[in-house]
Each structure stands twice: as C-alpha cells, then as structure tokens.
Design a protein around this ligand. Structure first.
Ligand code: 9MR
Ligand code: 9MR
Length: 593
C-alpha cells in the first residue's frame, strides 16, 4: 500500500469518527456540508439571466429540484428529467433545467437526497473575470522578465531564462550560424508546466489569441489585464500576444528564412522556480512545421498590427516580410520533419524535452497559404496547396491546423473580391456542416454537451478539445447565426467550468472545486498554496502516460489533481488559448443568448 493511500484511509476514518460526533446529531442542517455537491455537476461560475441553465444530477433519488438562495430560501422549483442516453460510464443522469429562472443573484441547486450544489451566480457578464484570467495567465507564463507584485500579486517572481545566450545546437548548424555560436532569443511564453519554448505550439496558441481579437475587436478592447503594457493604446490581449510574437521573430534564421523548431534545455528543468533553471539552452533544428506555423502567425499578425501604425511602426511590414521568407523556405524544404529520436541517435547533446514532432505538413501548408493569401491579397499562395484534400474538418490541435486556415478564409475571403478562392462557398458549407455534426445528438448525452458525445474526445489535453469544439461553434455562429451553435458553445464552457464527469471546474483559481496541484513548475515550487490563476488543466485522459493512476478510467472521469500527473493535470499555452477564445467570445455574444 502506498503511503498516500494509507494516509487517506486513516484520514477517512477520522473523518467518519468526526461525522458521528459532530455531524449526525445535526444531520438536517448539515446536509449541505455532508453531501456537498458530489452528485451535482454544474458550471461553478454561473449563468446568464437569459441563457440556458443546466445542472446534472448523478444517482438522483428525487423527482424535483430547487434553486435556493444562499440562506436556503426557495426561489424556483423544477422537475428533473432523465437523460436520453447514458453517460460514458453507462449510467443515466437527471437533468435540472432552470433556464426559466432568470433573477440575478447567488444560488444553490438543491436536490433532496443528493444535497446542494456549489454556489453559483446568475448575472450579466458572469464569465467576464474567468475569461480575462484565461488571457492574464499568459503574463504569468512569460519568460525573461520578473513578474512584479503590482501585476502578479502574491505570485510575483524573479526573472527566469533570459535566453540572451542560446547555443545553436548541432542539428541547427548552417554555414552562417555554426554549431555552438550564441544567439539571443529572449521573451516568449513558457510552453506549459515546463520552461521550454516551442515554435509549433506557439503557432496555434498565438494565432488563436490573435483571432480572438480579430473576431471580437470591440469587446476585446474592453478587456483590461493589468500587465506592464496596460494603458498604452494597444488592447491588452494584443499587448500580451506581442510578448510571444517578438520572441517568435527571433526564432527565424535571418540568413535563409528557416525557423528553428524550438528553444530548449537538453532535458526538462527540475520542479523549481524559473530563475533556478540555468542549464544551457539551445535552438534546435529547422523544420517545415515550424516554418509554416511561423509564416501563418506572422501573416495574420501583420494584418492585425497594421491597424496600429503609430504605436508599432514597421512591425506589420516586418511580420509580413518574415512570413514570406519562412514560406519560401518551406517551399524549398517541404518535408523536413522534426524527429527527435532519430536526431538523438546521431547528435549530441541529446534533446529529451517535448518533441511536437509532426510528419504531415499538408495542413500547415493550407494554414500558411490561407493567411498569406488574405494578408497579401495575393491568391497565388493558395495555388501552391491542395485546399480541399478530403472532406474532413478536424478540430484544431498543435499538429492539425487545417481549420485555422479555413477559419481565416471564411472570415476574410470575400475581401479578395474577384480573387476570392473558388472554394469559398464550399468551405462555408463545410463549416456549417461541421457545426451541425457537432451539435447533433449532444442534447441526448448525460451532460448535454458536444464534448461528452464521444470517447475519442478524451486524449492528452482533452479540455482543449472541449474548448476548440466551442471555438468551431462560435465560428459557425458568426457565419450563420443559428442560436443552437451558441447554446452548445456555452454548454462546452459549462463543461469546462464544472458540468462534467469529474466535477472539477478545470480553471485554476476559479470555481469551488478547482485544481490545486497542476503540473506547472512555478505553481509547484513557489511555496504559495494557490496555483497561478487562470490556467486550464489538460483534463481527463485515461491514457495515464505519466503512470499516475486516475480514480476512474471512464474517459470523462479520468482526471486527477496531482502535480505528478502531467498527462491529465499539466497546463499548456495551446490549451488556454481556445479556452480564452471561447469564454471571451461567449461574453462578447451574451446578448444573443
Ligand atoms: O514536466 C514535463 C512535462 O512538461 C511534459 O509534458 C512531460 C512529458 O514530456 O514530461 C514532464 O517531465 C517529466 C519527464 O518526462 C520524466 N521525468 C519527470 C519529469 C517531471 O515530472
Ligand atoms: O500536448 C502534447 C500532446 O499532444 C502529446 O501527446 C504529448 C506527448 O508528446 O505532449 C504534449 O505536449 C507537451 C510538450 O511535449 C512539452 N510541454 C508540455 C506539453 C503539454 O503536456
């Protein structure tokens, strides 16, 4: 028996004894504490007055449910309804629909025999804070800068990884930049629980945040993050993006336009604060995925930052120029995979940090071509790619970025006038078909979400799948305002914030049952009880690649709040970005609910 388990049994026995002595005599009034919330799953932040409001009850013995004020006064009574289909664990749930109740306030959902839910609010802009925190989280992820108390509060910390003295790894050597010479590549965000910086993963992340601004500029101008740049004339989400964008620019070899795959230690740093990580850092091998992701992001950035010529003179132009050079490199080197294992057979020092190794670049080509086409208004870029290689519409991940290109063409393609791609009508049709496909049957699942439709949604970083499905629905909604798309985007946000198989609100610092032990080096090492806030954990993943046993291998229950569990409880920039997009987009669109 392991130590932890033994302790948990002992502490449970104590708890039981304590319950007999203190709780049983006052069982009725204590029901909230005894049963609290275990069997009631809902968005722990809350609901919009006019929006759908759903709670999910497990093992219910009652037919009725009640919405009560915090002092347990009844405000609304409803009837529970069985789910149409069982959950991924084989059991049906009961559904409490209190959409009809719309009075702002703080409430509990009460089900006799099951107890009380965690408290939640009904109010306008109910997700505003958690949505902003999802972006502020990037400030906490910044490399090469001290986080001042004024912005970071109790999580202030020293500067980590200046990255002004980074070696060219032998895999990245060229005539002009020999192995071992030093370059400067400061800034950027740490990738995740680790302290390395990976271009491929930065690509989808930076683009998703840029798109959040591009799709909702008016709302995003109102989101203030209290970061060092706040108060300049640039919206804070873009200020934060610039921290990473400027780093990405340094990852391009000015001699040939190629882009290094990553900036990394040879091996992961220990579980320590960033300033303690002083191992040598390398830029490693140029690759096709890195070049194309870089090209796509820089092309997109150029059209967004063009709107700020006074604040950022020259930036938009250089982004576009660098994008073009990276694209040219990729055209000449269309098939350079980053194969870390193969590289380590031949080259020292061996690199054992995250690989982000992809072998199929057809989606990266589509994405980069689409961004370049829109930003340069030159349709030629699209001629170089097969825009519709098959009928799939894969939800984006770091290794599958085709939809990012489609999103951009659908949003901006018409601006090309007669040069608009002839596939545009088909792309629009496919996006709506994707959305219809996502929502079909979602209502019948035990949690009434798109996310819980399929076990295939539950891999490493499953919460980002939930978020990216939500983003796809928002994109579809912007194209064709079918309210169902918005409702199910909101339902996936509800999923992330507590209406799910583990009962966690998966964003640190938010909700009542929230991760306290993410696999995130600063959160583990800083000696502060509360983890850095606003971080979306990876979420349920029955794969257990980290060898940490999860309490259940039912896919949507396979989550554990354990700092060692990097396959279920790490945090990562590419997971936070679609969460930030979804939550902020929902806030921006709340009047349509
Ligand atoms: O901390 C690392 C995390 O960022 C990665 O996602 C994960 C998988 O590559 O690896 C973690 O590092 C662990 C390493 O792989 C094995 N030794 C223990 C490390 C810290 O838990
Ligand atoms: O998100 C990545 C996931 O898709 C992979 O299956 C996994 C193993 O290769 O790696 C994940 O990315 C990690 C990266 O390699 C290193 N930093 C932490 C990332 C999140 O766990």
């Amino acid at each position: 028996m392991n130590k932890k388990y033994y302790f948990s049994i002992v502490s449970r026995m104590w708890l039981l004894a304590a319950m007999v002595v203190f709780i049983i005599p006052t069982a009725f009034s204590q029901e909230a504490t005894v049963n609290e919330s275990v069997n009631i799953r809902l968005n722990q932040i809350g609901f919009y007055p006019e929006g759908l409001k759903t709670g999910i009850i497990l093992n219910s013995k009652s037919n009725a449910f009640y919405i009560q004020t915090l002092d347990k006064k009844n405000a609304f009574t409803g009837k529970l309804k069985k789910s149409i289909k069982p959950g991924l664990n084989g059991y049906f749930t009961d559904i409490a629909d209190f959409t009809a109740y719309n009075k702002p306030g703080k409430y509990l959902l009460y089900v006799p025999g099951s107890g009380y839910s965690y408290p939640f609010e009904i109010k306008r802009s109910v997700h505003r804070n958690v949505a902003a925190a999802g972006i502020k989280a990037y400030y906490f992820m910044r490399a090469s800068i001290a986080l001042k108390e004024k912005y970071a509060g109790k999580w202030s910390r020293a500067e980590g990884h200046p990255d002004t003295n980074v070696s060219i790894h032998p895999s990245a050597a060229s005539d002009k930049r020999l192995s071992g010479i030093s370059i400067s590549s400061p800034g950027g965000w740490y990738d995740a629980g680790d302290y390395n910086k990976y271009v491929v993963n930065s690509g989808i992340t930076t683009s998703t945040l840029l798109s959040l601004y591009e799709d909702f500029p008016a709302y995003m101008k109102t989101v203030k993050l209290n970061i060092p740049e706040s108060g300049n004339k640039i919206p804070d989400v873009l200020n934060e993006v610039l921290w990473n964008l400027r780093w990405m620019l340094t990852m391009q070899d000015p001699n040939d336009g190629g882009v290094y795959h990553k900036l990394t230690n040879a091996a992961f740093d220990k579980m320590e604060m960033p300033e303690k990580g002083t191992e040598p850092r390398y830029v490693v091998q140029k690759g096709t995925a890195a070049a194309l992701d870089f090209a796509a992001v820089m092309a997109q950035a150029s059209r967004i930052f063009k709107k700020f010529p006074k604040e950022l003179p020259g930036l938009a132009d250089s982004c576009l120029t660098q994008a073009g050079k990276a694209w040219e490199w990729a055209i000449k080197n269309p098939n350079v995979a980053y194969n870390q294992d193969a590289m380590n057979q031949k080259i020292e020092p061996k690199i054992t940090t995250g690989a982000y190794g992809d072998r199929d670049f057809s989606d990266e080509f589509i994405w980069a071509a689409s961004e370049l086409c829109v930003s340069t208004q030159k349709p030629e870029f699209l001629k170089a790619v097969n825009l519709l290689p098959d009928t799939n519409m894969p939800i984006p991940t770091w290794s599958q970025v085709r939809l990012l290109g489609y999103y951009t063409l659908i949003k901006n393609g018409n601006s090309l006038g007669v040069n608009a791609p002839k596939e545009l009508p088909e792309l629009k049709k496919r996006l709506l078909a994707l959305a219809d496909n996502l929502i079909s049957g979602a209502d019948g699942t035990a949690y009434k979400t798109v996310m819980t439709k399929s076990v295939r949604h539950f891999g490493w970083g499953s919460n980002s799948e939930a978020a990216n499905e939500g983003v796809a629905l928002i994109r579809a909604y912007k194209l064709s305002p079918n309210k169902k798309y918005l409702d199910f985007a909101l339902a996936n946000l509800d999923y992330i914030l507590g209406r799910n198989g583990s009962g966690y609100c998966y964003v640190t610092g938010y909700g009542s049952k929230t991760p306290m032990h993410p696999h995130h080096r600063p959160s583990v090492a800083d000696g502060i009880v509360d983890p850095i806030p606003g971080l979306l954990v990876g979420g349920p993943n029955p794969g257990m690649q980290d060898m940490i046993r999860v309490p259940s291998i039912v896919p949507d229950e396979a989550y554990i709040d354990d700092e060692r569990a990097y396959a279920a409880n790490e945090i990562a920039i590419n997971w936070n970005a679609p969460f930030a997009y979804l939550a902020n987009a929902i806030e921006a669109l709340q009047s349509k609910l």
